[in-house]
Design a protein around this ligand. Structure first.
Ligand code: IVH
Length: 671
């Protein structure tokens, strides 16, 4: 080999090492040292060099993670060591039983605390990777545990899978086991693209990961940002197993495999249950889906002693969380009438546990949604609860239809007051336009008394229904005329509770003005707008008289709001209702701020966790000093007040050249 050739080879080799190092920082350490763009630049340099000298291309070069010629089918491959499955524990009790059982199997002395290794149960598809002398030589899916499919070409495209082990002394042969997954955000992005291209939509990240890995054309797999987490071992030659799983996973990490961040050695069942609960809380904020934690006897020797039952190791268990998605049946579809008359179809489902909460209803949003998903009464469906959001129907199981399912159409008449229903041309929502609809009125009262509005403690939805149904409250002002006899006549009320409610109503006679404005339920007027309006107009009367010009002077108030505010106050019935209301309540005018208006006209956005101020404190201080708080960064933003763990808003601010300030700088600004 010529001098220059060996120098070139050297150069390529160091570039590969460099790229692999960044891969490792990104996928394993979760701590990238360079930006994606810098990585791409380096990657392209290597690509160029390799294109000029194809004879120097190494099989383990990161440029070779692009996929190859499509296969006609996957080869079947028999696992050297079978890939087993796990028994499940669904409750704490089942887990404690497991703990007791295990103690017996390994003949532990009475009272001995067992040492477990607990980690995440990734919801993906399991994979077996074979490394010979440190090089990835093949990879197979689990299949039926005995025989899987050879997906080597596809696996090679996954950047989280090392092509070469990061060790000078690799085992002669070792099988590494783990789970291939897709991050939730990547799954969502993939589905968006699939939809645009009129391709299949995946039901969940797991299916999308499986669909992406099992592609005969590995170039397609290469285009999907699959990831992996690794935890297991199959066949091993020329490798001395450490004593514990925790040490083994440390080795995996050193060798270049991503391992779960949340993992812990737990002494005894109680410690495991604590871990399970902690992870349960963190679950919602993980970037990928998990369906439980896996608990394993930490010692390999003890694992061995525990043995196997029905193709599962007895020393391990999957301690599962209730699924956030569940299957159920739509028993009926009902229509709810909202405060503004909007009709919302709601599916009444057979009660089912979704992520720990019993769900009986799921929203169907509007007719277009029903039509798009083709949801019918009698359908089996998958429902999902995300965060605190109202459960939604994510999938209709059409292959379970028997033919007697019934389509649903939002009625032409309000289901409560029977008035005509109108759907504006450019709106998805149908509305009951009656002014006397009792369903709308009930919702208006509920909105009026809620915490962020008049804040009448103890006046819950059920009591509002009772008051309206009994004819005691026919307009908002009637609330203030309720007597002891009125309230005690209602079911469920006794002397004490009656006094309590009447006191709470009396306490709501002098609300801050913005609460009253918000409580009226003017369309599009949320709490923030209500505050702005209160600050500007100082009284309900002045607001009612405000011209378009006056209203537009208020920062953040646009045409749409002006129309709905003016529509509200020009309605004679509203005028009457307000006059009656103002005879009972005396709103407190907002105090003129005594603080110096150092932020007058400035728009600030808050992000991240501030060292000493809470969000609401910071908001109040900004408003007090004449500034305005907005929820998103735009060209109009003057300052981004950023604390720790500031996310996309910080990126956006940098992109737009918005000045970013710390809490300390903020304090300086307002002084
Ligand atoms: S240990 C005997 N650890 O869950 C199998 N499995 O329900 C030993 N899984 O087939 C598996 N995360 O695909 C283990 N941290 C984890 C896991 C995990 C996900 C999967 C794996 C297994 C399935 C069993």
């Amino acid at each position: 080999m010529s001098e220059s050739k060996s120098a070139l080879k050297e150069k390529i080799s160091s570039m590969i090492t460099e790229l692999e190092k960044h891969n490792y920082q990104y996928y394993v350490m979760d701590d990238p040292l360079i930006t994606d763009a810098e990585y791409d630049l380096l990657f392209r340099k290597l690509q160029k060099l390799e294109a000029e000298h194809p004879e120097l291309i190494r099989a383990d070069s990161p440029t070779q993670r692009v996929g190859g010629a499509p296969l006609s089918q996957f080869q079947k491959t028999k696992h050297t060591v079978p890939m087993l499955s796990l028994a499940n524990a669904l409750t704490e009790e089942e887990f404690t039983d497991f703990d007791k059982r295990v103690a017996k199997f390994i003949d532990a002395p009475a009272g001995k605390t067992l040492e477990y290794f607990a980690e995440l149960k990734f919801d993906g598809l399991s994979i077996n990777l074979v490394y010979e002398n440190g090089k990835l030589v093949s990879a197979a899916t689990r299949g039926d545990g005995e025989i899987g499919e050879d997906v080597t070409l596809n696996i090679r495209t996954i950047r989280a899978v090392p092509l070469t082990l990061r060790t000078k002394n690799p085992p002669k042969r070792i099988e590494i086991r783990g789970e291939i997954i897709l991050y939730i955000k990547d799954f969502e992005k993939l589905n968006r693209e699939q939809k645009k291209n009129d391709e299949k939509i995946f039901a969940n990240p797991r299916n999308a990961a499986a669909g992406s890995l099992r592609q005969l054309d590995s170039k397609i797999t290469a285009s999907r940002p699959l990831r992996g987490f690794f935890y297991g071992i199959g066949d091993a030659q020329g490798y001395t197993l450490p004593k514990t799983i925790s040490e083994y996973e440390d080795t995996l990490k050193e060798w270049g495999f991503p391992v779960g961040k949340l993992r812990r050695i737990c002494k005894g069942a109680k410690a495991v249950i604590d871990f399970y609960e902690e992870v349960g809380h963190a679950r919602e904020s993980l970037p990928y889906e998990i369906d439980g934690v896996v608990v394993k006897l930490n010692s390999f020797a003890e694992q061995e002693r525990a043995g196997f039952v029905a193709r599962s190791p007895r020393g391990m268990i999957a301690f599962k969380y209730p699924p956030k998605k569940s299957e159920t049946l739509i028993e009926d579809i009902q229509v709810q009438v909202g405060r503004t008359g909007a009709l919302t179809p709601v599916a009444i489902v057979t009660p089912v546990n979704v992520g720990g909460v019993i769900v009986k209803r799921a929203t169907l949003h509007n007719q277009d949604e029903i039509d798009r998903k083709d949801v019918r009464i009698g359908d089996h469906v998958v429902i999902q609860r995300a965060g605190d959001v109202i459960p939604e129907i994510v999938e209709v199981l059409k292959d379970r239809r028997r033919g007697d399912e019934r389509r649903f159409q939002i009625p032409n008449h309000c289901p409560v007051c029977n008035s005509k229903v109108v759907r504006e041309e450019d709106e998805a929502v149908s509305r009951c336009v009656s002014k006397n609809c009792v369903a709308q009125f009930k919702e208006k009262v509920k909105h009026f008394v809620q915490k962020d509005a008049l804040n009448v403690d103890g006046l819950g939805d059920k009591i509002v229904d009772q008051l309206v149904d009994a004819g005691l409250v026919k307009k908002l002002a009637d609330l203030y005329d309720l007597t002891y006899d009125d309230v005690i006549s209602l079911e469920g009320f006794a002397d004490k509770s009656t006094h309590k409610l009447l006191n709470a109503i009396e306490g709501a006679c002098t609300p801050e003005l913005y609460r009253l404005i918000y409580g009226l339920g003017i369309r599009h007027v949320g709490e923030t707008t209500a505050k702005l309006l209160a600050q500007k107009f100082k009284s309900l009367k002045a607001l009612a008289r405000a011209t378009e010009e006056d209203l537009l002077q208020v920062d953040g108030i646009g045409k749409e709001l002006v129309i709905s505010i003016q529509e509200y106050f020009s309605d004679e019935e509203h005028q009457d209702a307000l006059a009656q209301l103002l005879a009972k309540v005396s709103p407190i005018e907002p105090k003129a701020s005594t603080a110096k208006q150092t932020l007058a006209g400035k728009v600030l956005v808050i992000t991240g966790t501030l060292p000493s101020l809470s969000r609401s404190d910071a908001t109040r201080m900004i408003e007090d000093h004449g500034g305005k708080v907005s929820s998103s960064v735009s060209k109009k933003t003057d300052y981004l007040l950023a604390g720790e763990e500031a996310g996309s808003k910080l990126d956006k601010a940098k992109e737009l050249g918005v000045r970013v300030i710390t809490e300390q700088e903020f304090q300086g600004l307002i002084k």
